[in-house]
Design a protein around this ligand. Structure first.
Ligand SMILES: [Zn+2]
Ligand SMILES: [Zn+2]
Length: 274
C-alpha cells in the first residue's frame, strides 16, 4: 500500500535558518500535492543564536497568516513554531501548533549546542564534560526529561537530536552503550507523562548528515511498546527536500510495528493508516 505525504509540520524558512521564503515553500508543497503545510520557525532563546527568529517574530507570523489567506483554496497552512527547552516565556502563545525540542544544555555556565557542528561538540565535551561523551549526552537527556515541565508543545521534535553527527563523528559518544540507551529511555518515560506525539524526523538525510532519520531503532521499539503516536516530518530547510525521506520513514515505522501516522487538522491530530 502506498502512502502519500500530505503534510509537513517541521518547516524552516529564511525567517530563521531555512534557505527559502515561506512563499517558495508553499508553492513547492502545492507542486508535491500536499494538502497542508505547517511552518515551524525557531523560537527565540536567551542564547540569541543565528537560527532563531530574533526580531522577526511578528513579520514571520504576519507573512504566514497572509499566505494562509491567499492560498486558502489550494493548501491548508498552519502557523507553528519550534520551541526550545530554553524558549519558555519568550514567544507569543498563539500558534496553531508548537514543536517541543531540545537543542541546548548549559554546562558550567556555558551554552552547549547539540546540532551546530562536530567541532562545537568536540570542544564542549573536552572543555565542559572532562572528555566524557556520555556526560554530554546525559545533559541533553536531562533537559529532554524536564522539557514538558518547561514548554508546552504538541509533539516532541527530533527526540535524539544529539546523534546528528554519529555517522561523521561516532567517537563523540557511544550511542550503542547500555548507559546511553538507559538515559534515553529514562528521558522518554519522563516525557511520556505529559506528551504522546513524536516525530520521525528525516531532516538529517536531506542535509546529508546521515541516511537514517531520528529516532534510533531502539527508541522506536520503546515508543511502539508505549503506544506513542507518530508524525513524519522532514525538518525542511530547503524546498528541494520538502518530502525527503518520507517513504523511508513509512517503511521504518511499519518495520517497528506502527500502523498509523498522524496529520494535523483543524480538529487536532488525525490518524491515517500506513
Ligand atoms: Zn530542531
Ligand atoms: Zn527544526
Amino acid at each position: 500500500m502506498s502512502v502519500k505525504m500530505q503534510q509537513n509540520l517541521h518547516t524552516h524558512t529564511n525567517f530563521c535558518d531555512g534557505k527559502n521564503t515561506a512563499r517558495e515553500m508553499v508553492e513547492k508543497a502545492i507542486a508535491l500535492g500536499f494538502t497542508s503545510l505547517g511552518f515551524s520557525s525557531h523560537a527565540n532563546t536567551p542564547f540569541h543564536e543565528p537560527c532563531e527568529l530574533g526580531d522577526q517574530v511578528e513579520s514571520y507570523r504576519q507573512e504566514v497568516l497572509t499566505l494562509k489567506k491567499e492560498y486558502a483554496e489550494k493548501l491548508h497552512i498552519f502557523l507553528g513554531t519550534e520551541l526550545d527547552y530554553y524558549s519558555a516565556g519568550l514567544m507569543p502563545e498563539s500558534y496553531d501548533y508548537k514543536i517541543a525540542s531540545v537543542h541546548y544544555a548549559v554546562q558550567r555556565g556555558e551554552m552547549v549546542s547539540y546540532d551546530t557542528s562536530v567541532a562545537h561538540s568536540e570542544s564542549a565535551i573536552a572543555r565542559l564534560f572532562n572528555g566524557d561523551g556520555l556526560a554530554y549526552a546525559k545533559a541533553y537527556y536531562d533537559n529532554m526529561a524536564d522539557m514538558p515541565n518547561k514548554i508546552h508543545g504538541d509533539f516532541v521534535g527530533h527526540f535524539d537530536l544529539l546523534t546528528k553527527f554519529d555517522a561523521r563523528a561516532p567517537y563523540l559518544f557511544d550511542a550503542d552503550a547500555p548507559k546511553y540507551r538507559q538515559m534515553a529511555l529514562d528521558a522518554l518515560i519522563a516525557v511520556l507523562e505529559k506528551m504522546e506525539f513524536f516525530e520521525v524526523n528525516t531532516g538529517v538525510i536531506g542535509r546529508g548528515y546521515r541516511n537514517a532519520p531520528y529516532p534510533a531503532p531502539f527508541l522506536l521499539d520503546e515508543m511502539k511498546a508505549r503506544n506513542c503516536k507518530m508524525l513524519i516530518t522532514t525538518d525542511c530547510h530547503n524546498k528541494d527536500f520538502l518530502n525527503c525521506g518520507f517513504d523511508l520513514a513509512v517503511e521504518l515505522l511499519r518495520a517497528h510495528g506502527f500502523t498509523e501516522i498522524y496529520d494535523l487538522s483543524e480538529k487536532g491530530f488525525i490518524g491515517r493508516k500506513i
